[in-house]
Design a protein around this ligand. Sequence first.
Ligand code: FE2
Length: 158
Amino acid sequence: MTNTSNHLGSGSNGEIFNALTVLLADMFTLYVKMKNFHWHVSGPHFRDYHLLLDEQAAQIFGTTDTIAERVRKLGGTTIRSIGHISRLQRITDNDIDKVAPADMLAELLHDNRLIVGEMRHVHALCDEQDSAILRTRGIDGPIAMLNTKADALSARAS
Ligand SMILES: [Fe+2]
């Protein structure tokens, strides 16, 4: 079976590629925010939060490659630059000088939930269009990972 790979942005896969590219923009945004908080967190739980945020940032970053390469393999294009990310991101940056640790966790919990929602949206699109994008070792894993992460943040934030 041959996959015609040059009808970007149109057809069933085009919509899915676009959704995955927005998802990637948010994952990179969340990655940088987690590193930001990892570097700037302070207070009595410093070590615990510092390590947690680094571990979760690495998990997010590790997932981006799987998603981007899946899009490419199926003929789409995806994130090209920081500027591209900034044009697409839905998660907001946080450039505030001092953020309380509890506020960091609450914000990350919110952001993680947004990303889980975006992943579910992509899943629904794939189901609707019977697309192979999520099958055969696609991006099912990251949803479970993000759900686990949101639970971990939720437990610490409460
Ligand atoms: Fe570090």
